[in-house]
Design a protein around this ligand. Structure first.
Ligand code: SF4
Length: 437
């Protein structure tokens, strides 16, 4: 192998041991792709060479799930993460796997079907921040608050793209391995930045992962999916995820989803209903006159701008998702949309005064069930109407109070109230900012 692994490992050991602050944790961004797999593996193998007593720093392996990742890839990543944590525990290696997901009110389906956000395109790419950057940023901030500082290790490589090379160069400090991150008290370290793509493959083909098994499945997935990497996106300087192939299966920022096409072409036929939904989303993106309303969410009209999806389109998309879910579940244990997302979608439909059909009507029709959400639905409906009446002189307050209620409800549903105060404060700050305009 032309790549000097010993040199790379020595650099990592150096950075670990001779850092000015040896308590700041390492946060390794892991997307399950080839680059971050190599990064984790090289770091693990390097640190194995240090006396265990010196391994005092916490090492977090952070993986984000947008909840609309390609289900085939998700399965593979979840299995890998389990293996990583198990092997770390067995070997007393101080590594903790942390998985992040978007807040439910930021979920792709809640925004798109609940609020009518149009399928994203290059200009209006509302998803990356909500699905990828924010969940990871929250975790990084949490770790910085706990430990004072943190070092983020990324598998970014100069060879991967010219944009990436420019971004790495821009943030690099001459002669230093660490570069500043946009968060105060966070630094970025990219140990494999000079590794060439063919060297990554050589390494993965020759060196088995320290968490056991081989990289055969990873290599096959790349081959079958004609895929490129979707790096862990931690901020706006990270290369655009919409350009990648191992991204969300709903992604309409790219015109063709080569990975999904590749996987279907290689026998994963169960993904066909997903490809159909994605094609429909592209159609809605390209024909706003047919699928969107003229009035924008704030009630304004712009001659050359379109508002959110009209109610018929939102119903149509939800129907397609649930039909696809039913079809896919004949052979796969996969959920395309969660119950919590559906409850929140219903909440937003009532908030927009759309009462029929209800989410439960659509669900029951497709799955031939009799799920009764009427109590929840009636409560939400009554609440919406009462609020509207009591705030008739301050209509802006209605939206704010409903957002706060929605946040409270979703946190309860998710059984995770952690961060609720932050969410409230953020929403209140946003309201104050909007009121100043
Ligand atoms: S992969 Fe596509 S849909 Fe997913 S966050 Fe990136 S741009 Fe948005």
């Amino acid at each position: 192998m032309s790549l000097n692994i010993q040199h790379l490992e020595s650099e990592i050991i150096d950075q670990y041991l001779y850092d000015e602050n040896t308590t700041r944790p390492w946060i390794i961004g892991f997307s399950g792709g080839k680059d971050s797999t190599m990064l984790l593996q090289v770091v693990w193998n390097a640190l194995k060479k240090i006396e265990p007593i010196l391994l005092t720093r916490k090492i977090y392996v952070v993986c984000n799930d947008t909840l609309v990742e390609n289900p085939r890839i998700v399965k593979f990543i979840y299995t890998t993460l389990k293996k990583i944590q198990k092997a770390a525990n067995l070997n007393d290696f101080p590594l903790i796997v942390e998985q992040t997901i978007p807040r439910i009110d930021d979920s792709f389906w809640v925004r798109l079907v609940g609020l009518g956000y149009p399928a994203p395109n290059r200009i209006h790419r509302w998803c990356t921040e909500r699905l990828k950057i924010n969940p990871t940023s929250r975790l990084i901030k949490e770790k910085i608050n706990e430990n004072g500082e943190a070092i983020i290790l990324l598998g970014t490589r100069s060879a991967e793209s010219t944009n990436r090379a420019a971004s790495i160069k821009k943030h690099e400090r001459k002669g230093e391995r660490l570069r500043n991150h946009q968060f105060p008290r966070a630094f970025v370290y990219a140990p494999i930045k000079d590794v060439e793509t063919n060297e990554v493959w050589q390494y993965l083909n020759q060196v088995p992962p320290p968490w056991g098994g081989t990289h055969k499945e990873l290599v096959t997935l790349y081959r079958n999916a004609n895929a490129g990497d979707c790096p862990l996106v931690i901020d706006n300087t990270t290369p655009s995820c919409g350009q990648s192939r191992f991204g969300c299966w709903v992604c309409t920022v790219v015109n063709k989803d080569k990975s999904m096409e590749g996987l279907i072409g290689n026998g994963e036929d169960w993904m066909l209903p997903l490809a159909e939904i994605r094609n429909f989303l592209i159609e809605t993106r390209d024909s706003p006159d047919k699928y969107r309303q003229k009035e924008r969410r704030d009630g304004s009209y712009h001659i050359d701008k379109w508002g959110p999806y009209n109610f018929e389109t939102r119903v149509d998309i939800l129907t397609r998702i649930l039909k696809a879910q039913k079809e896919v579940q004949k052979t796969e244990d996969i959920e395309l949309i969660t119950h919590q997302e559906m409850v929140l979608i219903q909440y937003y439909w009532f908030r927009d005064m759309y009462f029929k059909p209800k989410v439960s009507d659509i669900y029951n029709k497709i799955f031939k069930t009799k799920i009764d959400m009427s109590k929840q639905e009636e409560k939400i409906k009554e609440e919406s109407e009462l609020l509207r009446k009591s705030c008739k002189d301050e209509p802006k307050d209605v939206e704010l109070i409903q957002d706060l209620l929605a946040l409270q409800k979703t946190k309860t549903l998710m059984m995770r109230k952690r961060g609720l105060l932050d969410d409230f404060e953020n929403r209140l700050e946003q309201f104050i900012e909007e009121s100043k305009k």
